[in-house]
Design a protein around this ligand. Sequence first.
Ligand code: PLP
Length: 435
Amino acid sequence: TVSRAASNTDVRDRDLASVFHSWSAQGKISPLPIARGEGATLWDHDGNEYLDFSSQLVNVTIGYQHPKVIAAIQEQAAQLITIAPAHANETRARAAELILSHAPEGFSKVFFTNGGADAIENAIRLARLSTGRDKVVSLYRSYHGNTGAAIVATGDWRRIPNEYATGHVHAFGPYLYRSEFWAETPEQESERALHHLERVIQAEGPASVAAILIESIPGTAGVLLPPPGYLAGVREIADRYGMMLILDEVMAGFGRTGEWFAFDAFDVRPDLITFAKGVNSGYVPVGGVVISEEIAARFDDDVFPGGLTYSGHPLAAASIVATLETMAEEGIVENAARLGRDVIGPALRELAARHDVVGEVRGKGVFWAIELVSDPVTRAPLAAADMATIKSQLVARGLLPFIADNRIHVVPPAVVADADARRGVAIIDEVLGGF
Ligand code: PLP
């Protein structure tokens, strides 16, 4: 049972005494205690209210405590709380069917994992086994998870202290605001980033490359919408050299962009799709790989050398079924698209026009980034100390932000009320007024 009597101070002290935190110097953190939530709102133990503009780690797309999903998890718990992956289970089959119903033609199977990182591990494994090749090319501006291959496929700083897996190569992807290619238009950025990617692959030896692995829209790296033709061009390169294309939809997938899969908005078809987060809004840990018919068929006679005790856990499966049904019934994906088009996008563009500290805003659906700069001409990123001040000022005003480097990511649940979405942007507006 949840202790109602605990105070923020009690909970924080006990947490710091016994919980070892992700990505942290343990002595330098002060985690915000959270007691309960509903929709897009959270409350701490002292009764303070927070509007969640982070969806935690950009996963709580349907908001906290959706009653239909909670009920489905409770019903599954009452009927059969756990069962090994080797058994057939109706809830698990239904979860796979529903996921496949949102994938393009030609995808036939789902392999369930415990989260996003092991989805990446298994997608890489499938690509290596299907091609008989070893290397994986991914982008510097990316995050793919914190397990063996996934963290080395990751491009950002978190890769560097973890480089134990082999066979990983990186390239720069398109990012016009900070172009690596001296591009001035989205078309130039797209063409030059594709040229660079192909040159990296040629220099690595295309016959050694199993897969190109990219986030359909790089998320933690800054909500970097691919320019026209980029994803289709990556597909062409993969085809030209017989490589698999893995699209990582862990953050962008299942509604965040206003599409079921982020790549639905682009002219591209991957061979493998990784998912997690939005598929069940993180109610139970789960992820997985959606596998094309051709790749799945390779394992009709040959053994797939992979598996997990909790692959397709019934509580996770029940939460997926209820989440995907609820999202369809309540039009949550369409609402994400509308919020981006009619509410968040216009509000953020006005914000950008009012503040020199805003270098660029970009995004779609409930997936946006505000890029902050100390100088709009040189585009120098706002300093880390200023970002920390901004974060604490936002939290003090009751807004929970997702901050990455010099950016505020505006990534609320897709069920946030229009008035709350505007109120959150108004809080950001007020805080940026001081910079
Ligand atoms: N891939 C992407 C695009 C992600 O954003 C993340 C997590 O943020 C992962 C993979 C890893 O997922 P998990 O933290 O569930 O292992």
